[in-house]
Design a binder for this molecule. Structure first.
Ligand SMILES: [Zn+2]
Length: 84
């Protein structure tokens, strides 16, 4: 009876130890994913929080809201980017 226990114990130890290593590896890789996701999210929020450059109507020069597609003053189409 004791002999059986002594032969099983090392196997059990190896199995449990292997499981712990496996779980820690899994946790590590998962936390790495979470870290990457959080980094991505932070970057997105940073970009969203940055103020957009002020836009002016090409035709009448009045200031426009960032999401405006039409000048509220003269009605000109302002969907194009002023950069080019
Ligand atoms: Zn205008």
């Amino acid at each position: 009876m004791f002999n059986l226990m002594f032969s099983i114990f090392p196997i059990l130890f190896v199995v449990v130890f292997g499981f712990i290593i496996y779980m820690s590896f899994r946790t590590f890789s998962t936390s790495g994913q979470i870290f990457r996701l959080a980094q991505q999210r932070m970057k997105q929020e940073l970009e969203a929080s940055q103020p957009k450059p002020p836009r002016n109507c090409d035709y009448c020069g009045s200031s426009l809201e960032p999401d405006e597609t039409e000048c509220h003053d003269c009605g000109a189409d302002v969907t194009h980017d002023n950069k080019g």
